[in-house]
Design a binder for this molecule. Structure first.
Ligand SMILES: Cc1ncc(C[n+]2csc(CCOP(=O)(O)OP(=O)(O)O)c2C)c(N)n1
Ligand SMILES: [Mg+2]
Length: 205
């Protein structure tokens, strides 16, 4: 884990850096991690250290939302390795039906939704201009939707509960979605530890 500046914050909602901490605790050399687009990906890029190379996959330069869940399903179908797919709530809603394929083929990726109830990356960029538009939406009950697809689902509100839920999910025989309620006010861009983004004129997704 790289340095986490959230030491004194409350446990709930989960500071996203600590959500990554809970994920990292379960990621060994075998584990494949897939990442989506948005703040959720940048939380991983800044705070997740995988113990081996060739185990972390994202949607590349253009950073398409909705990539992580089907990628996790594919990785689980094509390998015998544990798979943890991480996504935002917006990206999850775009392609969550791909879980049906995992249910049908009896493979069991673990999906962690870093849920800030918004298109968080765009909302935080707009807030810098005091112009928030088109980034808030209804708080969908993902647990009910996912159970309707035939997969397991749970909602967690603390780092400890997330840690335990990932452990349980990795042992499960069918796919599991963990709806992790994160602190939407934790500013992602302010935590960036790279000068690269300044050099290229800001974030691109
Ligand atoms: C298909 C697609 N549409 C739009 C975008 C632009 N975009 C980048 S991040 C983002 C918001 C993502 O929201 P969410 O999935 O909830 O992730 P969060 O930023 O909240 O972690 C948007 C709209 C994109 N990258 N891909
Ligand atoms: Mg979001």
């Amino acid at each position: 884990m790289l340095s986490d500046p959230t030491g004194s914050k409350a446990d709930s909602p989960i500071p996203p850096q600590r959500a990554v901490n809970a994920i990292e605790a379960h990621v060994d050399e075998e584990t494949i991690v897939t990442a989506d687009s948005g703040n959720n990906r940048f939380w991983l890029l800044n705070f997740l250290q995988t113990p081996d190379t060739g185990t972390y996959f994202g949607s590349g330069g253009v950073g398409a939302m909705g990539w992580s869940v089907p990628a996790a399903v594919c990785a689980s179908l094509l390998t015998d390795r544990p798979v943890v797919g991480v996504t935002g709530d917006g990206g999850f809603a775009m392609t969550m039906t791909s879980l049906e394929t995992a249910v049908e083929h009896r493979t069991s990726p673990v999906i962690v939704v870093l849920n800030d109830r918004s298109l968080g990356m765009v909302r935080q960029m707009q807030s810098a201009d005091s112009r928030i538009e088109g980034v808030e939406f209804r708080d969908t009950d993902f647990v009910t939707v996912v159970e309707g697809l035939g997969a397991n689902a749970t909602r967690v509100e603390t780092e400890r509960a997330l840690h335990e839920a990932i452990g349980d999910a990795l042992e499960a025989a069918s796919p599991t979605v963990i709806d992790a309620r994160i602190d939407r006010d934790e500013e992602m861009e302010a935590t960036l530890q790279s000068s690269f983004y300044a050099d290229v004129g800001g974030l691109h997704e």
